[in-house]
Ligand binder design. Structure first.
Ligand code: CIR
Length: 259
């Protein structure tokens, strides 16, 4: 059960963050809509029983609303990351203090290692670590070592050749009950055999990034096939409009750190 989440409001310069899809047809985000969607996301977290720490907008870092990339959380310790994009490196220092209030024990990814939280998929005692254009092998190895010290196992999934996703977790979510939601391209990967798999079709790929929040599963609105499939598997999906975050390559999970 999650009891708490840390989020950060997007700043007025949110659209100046990094994006690949924004330039490619979806357009740039509209700020007031992003704020509205953020507020709805926060309300949904609260409705699921979570207490929120809402950090103020950080105009020095337009991507800083994607707080998930700055840390990886275990039950008893936090890992401060070393983001792979230069423009995002300073986000870690800005989340350190609020995060470490809750996690007195912590580790840090250091150069030459780079790692974005969006590449890390926790599945109970096991963590899948994506090697991407943001997370390098050195960062992945450092994290695996920290995880081992805390009693978790880890394995690496190389997604560098997958041009459709930014991070591993853009294409995979663990929603409890030994169940993975997987985009088509990842669904037959040997690492994921042994899990119950809910497959996401190519046209709904964006929705593969969903989040189990206590007894609900948050999914991006507008993806009817996955929503129906989650229901069939006994889950209670909660659809949230993510249109403005999608334009900046962001998914549902990136907007919060949950613990
Ligand atoms: C970036 O390119 O870093 C941001 N515009 C989007 C980050 C999304 N984060 C995530 O998927 N965990």
């Amino acid at each position: 059960m999650f009891k708490h989440a840390i989020v950060r409001k997007p700043g007025e310069n949110f659209s100046e963050g990094l994006t690949t899809v924004g330039q490619g047809g979806l357009g740039l985000p509209v700020y007031w809509k992003a704020l509205e969607q953020h507020a709805a996301y926060c309300k949904a977290l609260e409705a699921c029983g979570l207490q929120l720490t809402v950090l103020e907008k950080d105009l020095d870092h337009p991507d800083s609303t994607f707080v998930e990339d700055a840390a990886v959380l275990m039950k008893q310790a936090a890992v401060l990351t070393h983001p792979g994009a230069e423009s995002r490196a300073g986000e870690v220092a800005r989340i350190r203090e609020p995060l470490l209030q809750f996690f007195p024990k912590h580790y840090e990814i250091t150069a030459p290692g780079t790692l974005d939280g969006g590449d890390i998929c926790e599945a109970d005692q096991h963590f899948f670590i994506g090697i991407s254009h943001r997370t390098n092998a050195a960062g992945a190895r450092q994290l695996a070592d920290f995880l081992a010290q805390e009693g978790y196992t880890a394995s690496f999934v190389d997604v560098r050749a997958m041009t459709t996703i930014l991070h591993l977790k853009s294409g995979i979510s663990y929603i409890g009950d030994n169940t993975l939601v997987l985009m088509d391209e990842l669904a037959d990967h040997p690492q994921f055999q042994g899990y119950r798999i809910i497959r996401v079709t190519e046209s709904e790929r964006y929705a593969a990034n969903c989040v189990r929040i206590n007894d609900r599963v948050f999914i991006a609105a507008g993806f009817a096939v996955l929503e129906a499939s989650l229901k069939q598997h006994g889950y209670r999906p909660w659809a949230l409009d993510m249109s403005e975050y999608r334009k900046m390559d962001g998914g549902l999970s990136c907007l919060s750190l949950r613990f």
